[in-house]
Design a protein around this ligand. Structure first.
Ligand code: ZN
Ligand code: ZN
Length: 822
């Protein structure tokens, strides 16, 4: 018997809040470490970077992870869904610098760190609250922060392991450098932007000659760092100048003209200056030709003393000044405007320079073959995302620079001997440790015996923290059985972070454990504004997630995320889609309320034989097929297909057709007999229960609420989210019943449609309904369902004629027609 009838209305925000609290209280989402009976299913939740904003992109990707988690949990897995926060990194430092109007050097590191921690805690609280509000089924007992020394320990330990494996080195190599943040950054942290630039045509006089070569450059301020001039070896215009000496203006230096295949003869004049460094191509040419390096930039992007009279100027000021001097000396022939693509710092937007400074690197390029091999073993959702990771790995020119000249990061556990420079690596038992505060736990330098050490002040790139999560989540290194949860069953990620998250995880774990970190990778696309453009505040198409959650609640927002488009594709945010989700919840509630009212005197008898009628068999068969389709779609992470199938079935097949057609039988047992009423009750009970289960991963709150009011007592399961996922029952799939039911429903629908078109109430009495079946077989089927037809359509007298005849056509059965007399 159903526990209670549903009330007329519902307050979705109240329902959601109550269940969120209750789920946590009863520990519905706890991973059971001791349970060895159920198979584990581990999700490598990427710890988000708390930015203080919960946007629709977060709603999208979190909904994806959560649907997977809930579906697997119902399928009987012991689901491990951890949650951490990726705290360190440039963007929080940039924000602290802006908020307090300081640069990292202006305050003691301790104080600066405290400010960062305070800011990040505020953001974590906001994000955590939004995650809970969205109904995400993470296990909060696993919560961690990468800024805690407990986590430093793991990052540092992994560094020590890689160091001992020979995969870490220190070297002076050109690196991407953000002059505003004053730190090295990795390739993955460089964004590319189009901008208007100026191409300067500068005369370079040839040595001992009246002739000059014209060079077009956007960066005349780097003339002082020009170490060579290059032309393409097959360029007939310039071949004769190769190996000749040429005078570099401003630098007052003579350099050699060299051949270089990388020169693009059609760009500018086909002659280029090689500066250390203007771009990555310069780096390659300098390396190949063993050219000298002249660094004329300081770490904050100003010209240094090697820039002569321009020393102390910013690059922009230097550019103006150099151009002026070139004009005065008659060496500037002309200038042209140019659309150019430049690399900028991902965190602050400042144009990136290439600088040389001693840095720590991980040897990632030597692992590229292994990364490609492992990427091919991983199951990708959708499949085409695999090439994104592979292409990125193959495109990397440089090893990963893992040191950052910043404050808010995990300290690099290294000291240097003050006397001989020997590198002292921390022992595994020393970590977590901050070398700036603590000395190495040895008396003397093993090489020279000196007892004085200098601490490494650099910190790790934040990806060093977040690229070991698959092992950390599994319990490495503290749990002996950590390999039980490793590799993770799924690593969910955004399309924009494949090149960072998916890649760094892969390369780190392969290096550390010789195994791929995840078995599958689930990719979400980006959220677009209603206008189809990328959602952004400046385009005024931005919608904050709390606004959506306040208005329609989580279950409606989650439907938008699930139904918005194919997994991996970009998904537009439209209010109408959320509203549709909201209307669906109302429909589901009203249908459940109707069912609960009809089931007051019904108790499910396990082995009872119900006298199922054609329409009962029809919908029960369809419900089984739906179960199969939805299960398949969820297994393949095709959330939009699952969502559409369930919504169509619930709204149109169950509510609009079956419930309407069953009403007469439910209301008039004296006419149909108690057994047929019972069959309808059984069908309502079973189909609604099934719908709630299939919907539970997507709309967890509403389904739980209805489940608790109607089924929990009888089913003896404390949450729908812990109750078993339905297996499609092949025996119930009945093609013939479906064929018959479809036909009967088509007749009912068409008659009701005629009433609607004639603006008659649906309960208007039809005196006589004549159906021309156009064949004996169809006539028989319609006869079988004539009670349902006349009951639902309020027909006093029904006649089924086996022949063809005139009348309104019943779609999509062209030869079946009817005439209704009112
Ligand atoms: Zn920057
Ligand atoms: Zn020493």
């Amino acid at each position: 018997m159903v526990k209670q009838s549903l009330p007329k209305g519902f307050k979705i925000l109240k329902i959601e809040k109550e269940w969120q609290k209750r789920w946590e209280e009863i520990g519905v989402y706890r991973f059971d470490w001791d349970d060895k009976t159920r198979l584990p299913f581990s999700i490598d939740t990427p710890p988000p970077y708390p930015s203080g904003e919960f946007h629709m992109g977060n709603v999208l990707n979190w909904t994806y992870f959560d649907i997977v988690a809930r579906h697997k949990r119902m399928k009987g897995y012991n689901v491990f869904f951890p949650q951490g926060w990726d705290c360190h990194g440039l963007s929080i430092e940039v924000e602290v610098e802006r908020t307090y109007d300081v640069k990292k050097r202006d305050v003691p590191p301790d104080k600066f760190r405290k400010w960062c921690e305070r800011t990040i805690e505020k953001y974590i609280a906001m994000m955590k609250n939004s995650t809970i509000r969205l109904g995400i089924s993470v296990d909060w007992s696993t919560e961690y922060r990468t800024m805690d020394p407990e986590y430093w320990k793991l990052t540092q330990l992994s560094f020590i392991m890689l160091y001992k494996k020979g995969l870490i080195y220190q070297g002076t190599h050109p690196v991407n450098w953000c002059p505003r943040c004053e730190t090295a950054i990795a390739d993955a942290e460089v964004d590319y932007k189009q901008r208007e630039g100026t191409l300067h045509y500068i005369k370079f006089p040839l040595e001992n000659s009246e002739e000059y070569l014209l060079i077009a450059t956007t960066r005349p301020e780097l003339l002082s760092a020009c170490v060579s001039v290059a032309v393409h070896p097959t360029d007939n215009r310039y071949r004769k100048y190769i190996c000749r000496k040429i005078y570099v203006p401003i630098a007052n230096r003579v350099v050699e003209i060299i051949p270089d295949e990388m020169v693009e003869p059609s760009f500018g004049t086909g002659v280029v200056m090689i500066c250390t460094y203007g771009d990555k191509a310069d780096v390659k040419t300098v390396f190949k030709n063993k050219l000298p390096v002249i660094m004329i930039l300081t770490e904050n992007g100003n010209i240094n003393e090697k820039g002569g009279k321009y020393a102390g100027l910013s690059t922009e000021e230097a550019k103006k000044s150099v151009v002026k001097d070139l004009e005065v000396s008659g060496l500037l022939e002309k200038t042209e405007n140019l659309q150019q693509e430049i690399g900028v710092c991902e965190r602050c937007g400042t144009p990136v320079e290439i600088l040389e400074r001693k840095q720590w690197f991980m040897k990632t390029r030597m692992l590229t073959d292994k990364v490609v091999e492992a990427a091919n073993e991983v199951k990708w959702y959708p499949g085409y995302m695999k090439s994104r990771l592979i292409d990125w790995a193959l495109s990397l020119d440089w090893d990963w620079v893992i040191s950052r000249q910043r404050v808010f990061g995990t300290p690099i556990p290294i000291w240097y001997c003050k006397n001989c420079g020997e590198i002292i690596l921390a022992e595994e038992s020393w970590v977590p440790i901050d070398p700036k505060i603590e000395k190495p736990k040895i008396e003397k330098c093993p090489k020279c015996g000196s007892a004085e050490f200098i601490a490494e002040t650099d910190v790790f790139d934040t990806w060093m923290d977040s690229s070991i999560t698959c092992a950390v989540h599994a319990g490495w290194p503290n749990r002996e059985d950590w390999r039980r949860l490793f590799p993770a069953d799924v690593h969910p990620s955004g399309i924009d972070i494949i090149r960072t998250w998916a890649y760094y995880l892969m390369v780190r774990h392969l290096a550390l454990f010789k195994e791929k970190p995840y078995k599958s990778c689930l990719i979400n696309g980006m959220v677009l504004g209603a206008d189809g453009r990328k959602m952004s505040k400046s385009l005024k198409n931005y919608v904050a997630a709390p606004e959506v959650l306040d208005k329609y609640g989580a279950d409606a927002a989650r439907q938008w995320a699930a139904a918005g488009g194919a997994t991996g594709s970009d998904i537009p945010f439209r209010w109408a889609d959320v509203e549709y989700g909201w209307r669906f919840l109302i429909k589901l509630w009203n249908a459940s309320r109707f069912v609960s009212n009809q089931l007051k005197d019904f108790t499910l008898e396990e082995n009872a034989e119900y006298v199922l009628q054609p329409l009962d068999k029809w919908i029960l068969s369809k419900a089984e097929k739906l179960t199969k389709k939805v299960t398949d779609a969820l297994e393949k992470c095709q959330f939009n297909i699952a969502m559409e199938e369930i919504r169509n079935f619930t709204w149109h097949v169950f509510c609009d057709c079956y419930i309407e057609a069953a009403k007469d039988r439910l209301y008039k047992p004296e006419l149909y007999g108690e057994e047929k009423r019972k069959a309808a009750q059984y069908t309502l009970y079973t189909v609604l229960y099934r719908v709630l289960h299939l919907l539970a991963p997507i709309t967890p709150h509403m389904t739980e609420e209805i489940y608790q009011m109607m089924y929990a007592e009888e089913k003896e399961c404390r949450s729908i989210h812990l109750s078993p996922w339905p297996t499609p029952d092949e025996k119930r799939m009945d093609e013939e019943a479906e064929k018959h039911g479809d036909l009967i429903m088509a007749v009912i629908t068409e008659v009701r449609r005629e009433k609607a078109e004639k603006r008659m109430p649906l309960n208007t009495q039809i005196k006589k309904l004549t159906i021309y079946a156009g064949g004996k077989d169809t006539a028989e089927i319609i006869m079988e369902g004539r009670r349902d037809i006349s009951g639902t359509c309020k027909v006093a007298d029904i006649e089924v004629v086996p022949e063809e005849g005139e009348g309104r056509e019943i779609k999509p059965y062209g030869n079946i027609r009817f005439i209704a007399e009112y």
